[in-house]
Write a protein that binds this ligand. Structure first.
Ligand code: BGC
Length: 254
């Protein structure tokens, strides 16, 4: 498919799966079915770039591409690597994927939680919300996105705040609940402690909670006692794809 204005290809790269689809950047809806390919193991730059190339050529896509990556991304370069091969650290992910895409596509890369934050701010739970919005994704780790009047402040990494001498995500990520077979009630106490810490630091206007556990939001969000309203994410599985495509379109000025 050739480039059409108002469309971008979004790719969501995670430790277990890589998902992609063409997105209508005016509506945030997927134009094509979501494709999912298992993340190659080991998830080295060459192997992951191969999957990116495969996805774009299967869709015959030439145009804007946005991709999420589970790392701190500074000017296209990965400064960390969560659940992907450590050889990514120091790699120019932008350049690596742009090469994989055959040069015809300019690929823009951003942190996975930052992408979810953009998607929720444009089309989901934080749409039209002024002031400070913090999105937290609870999954294998904890990701964060900070938005001020809809503008992203990238790479906040609030999942790594120190909580009682521990890395917060090692105490309150959704994976910790699974690992220790905790009830939602028990786990929500940890989330409460973590989120009230974040609340004290930022006094946000809204929290959006995402990640796989947002599907079960009714089981734990009502148990939280915070001064800030908490809304579950609305884009669920598509947040990364949509946010990546939006970031690419916005960077291009569309
Ligand atoms: C990483 C973040 C990432 C989050 C969610 C954390 O461990 O440090 O960069 O956004 O996991 O994948």
């Amino acid at each position: 498919m050739g480039e059409e204005s108002g469309q971008a290809f979004g790719i969501d790269i995670g430790g277990t799966g890589i998902k992609g689809a063409i997105v209508d950047t005016n509506t945030g809806r997927l134009v094509t079915e979501r494709k999912r390919i298992l993340t190659p193991q080991p998830s080295t730059p060459d192997a992951v770039a191969g999957v990116v190339a495969q996805m774009l050529s299967a869709a015959d896509w030439q145009g804007l591409v946005g991709a999420t990556f589970p790392a701190v991304i500074k000017h296209g370069v990965a400064l960390s690597a969560a659940n992907v091969d450590k050889t990514w650290i120091g790699t120019d992910v932008d350049a690596c994927f742009t090469r994989a895409a055959g040069g015809a596509n300019d690929v823009i890369v951003l942190n996975d939680a930052d992408a979810a934050g953009i998607a929720e701010a444009r089309f989901g739970a934080a749409k039209g919300v002024a002031g400070v919005v913090i999105l937290l994704t609870f999954g294998t780790g904890i990701g964060s996105a900070l938005l001020v009047d809809g503008t992203l402040v990238p790479n906040t990494e609030l999942g790594h705040l120190e909580l009682n001498g521990h890395d917060a995500e090692s105490r309150a990520a959704a994976s910790v609940r699974d690992e220790h077979r905790m009830s939602y009630k028990k786990w929500s106490e940890r989330v409460q402690e973590y989120m009230s810490h974040v609340e004290r630091l930022f006094t946000p206007d809204l929290f959006v909670v995402g990640g796989g556990v947002s599907k079960a939001a009714a089981k734990w969000v009502p148990l939280l006692r915070l001064n800030t309203p908490v809304k579950p994410a609305e884009l669920l599985n598509d947040a990364g794809i949509v946010g990546a495509a939006m970031a690419a379109a916005e960077r291009r000025g569309e």
